[in-house]
Design a protein around this ligand. Structure first.
Ligand code: F58
Length: 838
């Protein structure tokens, strides 16, 4: 990879020694030192991984200086944002840190002078897959922006030993392989075992009178687990701010249960250790559909309790009163996964720190803010009361108390409206009783936001309607964004260089500057350069596909890409219906003058999600037939790239001509892949869903391929009674496609294989693929026509990029900071910190 930017960007460093110095000589000697002293290897016997580790430590040393300065600066009474998220999908760290430190080119030189290839070392890094998809990646983009904007922040989450599984495709089916990201050690984290906290589970609560005769409650747990923090410094771009991502690992309080050990029960003694450590073993790989698993609730409570105890300790280590907690911390709940924090903060304040209920409630409500990421009813978390009470008996009492006080206010506002009361209640009593986490989050927060304009409006009209009517002032929208550092500078060095040559580098932190490219859209030689870069980047992806999958694709064909988690609402199978339509048209008319296309898919399916796995099988089956059919050779190819993750995203987004954003209107909360594609010059084919609406507004309707029903039309059609079978019957081309799948053409004659998928489409079609089919096909035809006019396509591509300024996560974070958190930047000065001193 080429240097994204040269080192004119290197920030001023005042200390020059072996661990902080940035000269080539210092870097080269630091690399050799680390190979010897950390990896314990001579160059002759060192593996690539040894070199990667030595390099990573060389870079980490340079981060530490900034990180310690940052921590030091924050001791001075500044308000800190605490982003609570069960997932942080941060991606590989090496290159990002090189770029943010401004030493990419120097390190490359130092590495190459040692006879190594930087690219090869970069590829050694295992990415930490501590998230499922958009929600986890958003948290990572937000950490990048918080640091870049110099806003004091801590990300709190879970250090899963096994992150999202690695995906392999065998015989067309997804196979899940355990992700062992820690097996060779993680150079980016620093354990802080001395800062452990204890987290209780189970048992009962006990009511008593304290020494002053005040009525109090204490929790007598039946189990205690230790939470050990592991910190990863998150450096901002060209600033000295390095905030902390603090992930918690569960450990047993004692390595052995000595009582059990003494009576000879050796296995029993080690049992407790295993049970405790299981807590943070594995990330639940489901997206959108939640499973009410006890271990998942334990994970949630575990990391939230660790985080809140950590904040309280930080606060009490200063002179400041605990009653100012909400002035010191703004705590953002990334969906409902950390919503138990509302009850936990109340417990800590009331039971453990003896603050009275009303004051504690004021603090709590002013501390928390809640982001919702979904409209799918099946994704709303709720926990059976029995399970909840068994695990967190005191929290259940607290939730009942919060609920009673809240429902008293509801009754006051809506006397005799039992429907309202039962919908707003924190407890679902319609059948088996549940605790509703979204309701807890809404009541316990001062701000509630959706992640795109449409999504926020729909929240107010549907899933959170009653809350909106009760607390209208709490609702706000903050449209998602992505970090241009990783999603352009790092992943698209060629385009980064071209843009920077033309408009300077300010756009990297002020993405609106890309507007300056607009006039260049009319410059033929600029368009030529733009096209050339896309061509080369597509060439890189083609080479990857050939090497990994042994499929030859033509970089001159239109790269039509859909990468994201596999889900019925995201409609990868609608894309497949188009692929087969395209194929049929070619088969029926061999001389058809079409625009050659490469259809690329990627994404993981939740291991228990049968339909999603069947969709993958369908894609791969269609690919096998199409790619081996000489009749369509050179005109179409279909590729499923296995194991889509952050690293692969960095290769794929920049290589796209067409971005597929084709969810059923009203289902995708925002999407963020849509932004990464458009920022890298892909045009979008999409529905009016999530942030697509705003992307289209920004880039202009003429530069966006819109199709499909609107949300209102979806609702309307559902209400009138949707009959997918009629669409099938009335559309000969659609019928031919469906019949071809049913005939076993793609499944070696097996007519049963795809039956569940086809029956679902014909008789249910919850996501209305058949209703949108014709509009999608017609719009794809427009795409093909548009691609033929290469000059105009390039113009549209340039205009897309030029108008993507809004979708920087810097903009999102500024909005959170102003509207919700009320925090200001606190610049960090790089002081001379000598080890052992200060
Ligand atoms: C995603 N949600 C939304 N959830 O689907 C997407 O539209 C949005 O852009 C993104 O959040 C960021 O706001 C999502 O990724 C999960 O992965 C959860 C994981 C845990 C279980 C429930 C779903």
């Amino acid at each position: 990879m080429n240097a994204p930017l040269e080192d004119s960007l290197t920030p001023q460093i005042r200390v020059e020694d072996d661990r902080t110095g940035l000269s080539i000589t210092t870097l080269r000697s630091a690399l050799a030192d680390n190979l010897f002293y950390i990896q314990g290897k001579f160059p002759g016997t060192a593996t690539k991984n040894d070199y990667y580790m030595a390099l990573a430590y060389t870079v980490r040393d340079r981060l530490l200086q900034r990180w310690l300065n940052t921590t030091q600066t924050y001791r001075k009474n500044v308000k800190v944002v605490c982003y609570l998220s069960a997932e942080f999908l941060i991606g590989p760290q090496l290159v990002n840190n090189l770029i943010n430190l401004g030493i990419y080119a120097k390190i490359r030189q130092a590495v190459e002078e040692s006879g190594l290839s930087l690219q090869e070392l970069i590829e050694q890094e295992e990415e930490p897959g501590l998230g499922n998809g958009g929600l986890g990646r958003l948290a990572a983009c937000y950490l990048d922006s918080l640091s870049t904007l110099e806003i004091p922040a801590i990300g709190y989450g879970i250090r899963y030993e096994f992150g999202i599984f690695d995906q392999e495709i065998r015989d067309g089916w997804q196979v899940e392989i355990t992700d062992k990201w820690l097996q060779y050690g993680n150079p980016w984290e620093i354990a802080r075992p001395e800062e452990y906290v204890e987290v209780k589970f189970g048992g009962r609560s006990e009511h008593y009178y304290d020494e002053k005769g005040n009525y109090r409650v204490r929790w007598i747990p039946d189990r205690v687990v230790k939470g050990v923090p592991y910190d990863t410094p998150i450096l901002g771009y060209q600033v000295n701010t390095a905030n902390t991502l603090r992930l918690w690992k569960a450990e047993a309080i004692e390595s052995f249960d000595f009582q059990a050990f003494n009576i000879g029960d050796y296995y029993g003694a080690v049992d407790a250790k295993i049970v405790s450590e299981n807590l943070t073993k594995i990330l639940y790989p489901n997206d959108e559909v939640i499973q009410g698993k006890e271990l998942r609730l334990q994970q949630q409570y575990f990391f939230v309790s660790c985080a809140l105890q950590d904040m309280i300790r930080l606060l009490l280590s200063t002179e400041v009163s605990l009653e100012t907690f909400h002035q010191q911390f703004a705590v953002q709940l990334n969906d409902t996964h950390p919503a138990i924090g509302v009850a936990e903060l109340m417990r800590l304040l009331v039971d453990e720190h003896r603050i009275d209920w009303d004051k504690a409630w004021h603090i709590t409500q002013n501390t928390f803010a809640f982001t919702n990421h979904t409209l799918l009813p099946e994704a709303l978390e709720k926990w059976p009361i029995e399970l909840f009470g068994r695990l967190l008996p005191r929290h259940l009492e607290i939730i009942y108390e919060i609920n009673q006080r809240f429902l008293d206010r509801v009754r006051m506002k809506y006397p005799r409206d039992l429907g309202k009361l039962s919908r707003l209640s924190l407890i679902d009593e319609s059948g088996e009783r549940y605790v509703r986490m979204a309701n807890l989050a809404c009541v316990g927060s001062h701000a509630i936001n959706g992640v795109a304009e449409l999504h926020t409006e729909l929240l107010k009209k549907t899933v959170l309607k009653d809350f909106y009517e009760f607390f209208p002032e709490k609702f706000a929208n903050v449209t998602n964004g992505v970090t241009p550092r990783r999603w352009m500078v790092l992943s698209n060095p060629r385009l980064t260089r071209l843009i920077t040559e033309k408009i300077g580098d300010r756009w990297i932190t002020h993405l609106d500057d890309l507007r300056k490219l607009e006039t260049l859209a009319d410059d033929a030689s600029f368009r030529q350069q733009w096209r050339q870069i896309k061509q080369e980047t597509k060439g890189d992806l083609a080479a990857y596909i050939r090497k990994k999958l042994d499929i030859i694709v033509d970089p001159k064909s239109l790269f039509d890409i859909q990468v994201k988690r596999i889900h019925e609402y995201k409609r990868q199978h609608l894309n497949v219906l188009h692929v087969i339509t395209f194929y049929n048209r070619l088969k029926h008319d061999r001389d058809l003058d079409i625009t050659p296309r490469t259809f690329i898919f990627g994404g993981k399916a939740a291991p228990g999600y049968f339909m999603a796995k069947l969709i993958i099988k369908l894609i791969v089956s269609v690919a096998n037939i199409v790619n081996n059919d000489p009749d369509v050779r050179d005109r179409m190819k279909v590729v499923f790239i296995p194991d889509f993750n952050v690293t692969l995203g960095q290769r794929i987004y920049p290589a796209a001509d067409l971005s597929e954003q084709i969810s059923t209107a009203g289902k995708e909360a925002s999407g963020t892949g849509n932004m990464k594609f458009a920022l890298n010059g892909a045009l979008t084919i999409g529905t009016l869903d999530g942030a697509n609406v705003e992307i289209r507004e920004e880039v202009g309707a003429e530069n966006f391929f819109l199709f499909g029903l609107t949300t209102e039309e979806v609702y309307g059609l559902k209400a009138r009674g949707y009959r997918p079978f009629d669409y099938y019957n009335q559309n000969a081309e659609l019928k031919a496609v469906i019949d071809l799948i049913s005939s076993g053409f793609f499944s070696h004659g097996d007519v049963d294989l795809f039956k569940p998928l086809i029956d679902n489409l014909l008789y249910r079609d919850d996501y209305m693929l058949l209703a949108d089919y014709q509009s999608y096909i017609d719009t794809q035809e427009k795409v093909s026509q548009a691609y033929r006019d290469r000059e105009n396509w390039t113009r549209m591509s340039i205009l897309n990029v030029a108008r993507m300024g809004k979708f920087s996560s810097d903009r999102s974070i500024r909005e959170y900071a102003q509207k919700i958190w009320k925090v200001e930047p606190v610049p960090v000065e790089l002081l001379q910190l000598c080890p052992g001193g200060q």
